[in-house]
Design a binder for this molecule. Structure first.
Ligand code: 13P
Length: 286
């Protein structure tokens, strides 16, 4: 079923869990994510980054995302992740994405606010959820790159962004990074707590891959309602695909290779659902 993200995140906040958002690259990892989420009866967000959305085509992504949301027995929300383009957000909104992220965090606050407002204006007309970002997500990943030191979200800027736009959720820079971490992630939990006290909307943690279970649990306890997981999905997909192909011999058939890979992706998804505490939380009619 098509999930209502406002409701899903509110429920998560109330019951102290987070809704996991997984980045997919194509139909096979997308189906693996949905199968695992259905098995665990977890609400789930399926996210296409702009590279994937553009390569497949936003109309095609929108169409299969919509069909899969409708078919699922759990609450599913198809989300455009990290769009730095207002136009791409508008295209996603026009193609049945119930949720989009406009990431204008690399610009100054005034520009961030004005880009977010442009997306909110189109999105809220047809009940599409908008996520924005303040502070920076560090690291080098397919969903974004940032290596500077001034990543930490400022409380007054977060408040300003929320008050001057009508956004529905907020991704915050508190030390997490896209891609694999070099060493242990240093999450600024104090700042997370300050932001949670200062703004009333759901908070989003990016850069899930590599964050230890206990740190995710602490972040959820301090106000995170959505956790984004990308790199580990992409790498599990490709590394297991390589393995299967090496073992397959000449002229393998696609599905013979893909099925065991999907199983491995499913195991990763199950781990993250357990870590987020979202198993058995779907309101869907299973
Ligand atoms: P990772 O690739 O580090 O898991 O981060 C994913 C993400 O935050 C997507 O928005």
């Amino acid at each position: 079923m098509i999930g209502n993200l406002w409701h899903m995140l509110k429920q998560a906040d109330k019951e102290n869990y987070a809704v996991p958002a997984f980045n997919y690259s194509d139909i096979w990892d997308l189906l693996a994510i949905l199968d695992a989420a259905e098995e665990k009866r977890s609400p789930v967000i399926i996210a296409s980054n702009p590279l994937v959305a553009k390569q497949i085509g936003i109309e095609i992504c929108g169409a299969f995302g919509h069909a899969l949301m409708q078919k699922a027995k759990i609450e599913v929300v198809h989300h455009l992740d990290h769009s730095t383009s207002v136009e791409l957000c508008r295209q996603a909104i026009a193609n049945k994405y119930p949720s989009v992220m406009i990431d204008a965090s690399k610009y100054d606050l005034a520009t961030n606010i004005s880009m977010v407002n442009a997306v909110v204006l189109s999105a809220h007309k047809i009940n599409v959820h908008v996520e924005a970002e303040i502070g920076r997500i560090r690291g080098m990943g397919i969903e974004g790159e940032y290596s500077g030191d001034d990543f930490l979200v400022q409380v007054d800027e977060a408040v300003d962004l929320v008050e001057k736009t009508n956004i529905d959720s907020l991704a915050i820079g508190i030390g997490t990074a896209h891609g694999f971490y070099q060493g242990k992630p240093e999450i600024n939990f104090k700042r997370l707590q300050e932001i949670d006290q200062a703004v009333r909307i759901p908070l989003v943690l990016h850069g899930g891959t590599g964050i230890p279970h206990d740190d995710i649990r602490q972040a959820i306890a301090l106000g995170i309602n959505k956790v984004n997981i990308g790199t580990i999905i992409h790498c599990t997909y490709m590394n297991n695909m390589r393995e299967e192909l090496i073992n397959a011999g000449p002229n393998p058939y696609t599905l013979d290779v893909v099925r065991p890979v999907m199983k491995k992706i499913g195991e990763v998804v199950s781990y993250w659902i357990d870590t987020c505490g979202s198993a058995s939380k779907s309101q869907g009619g299973i």
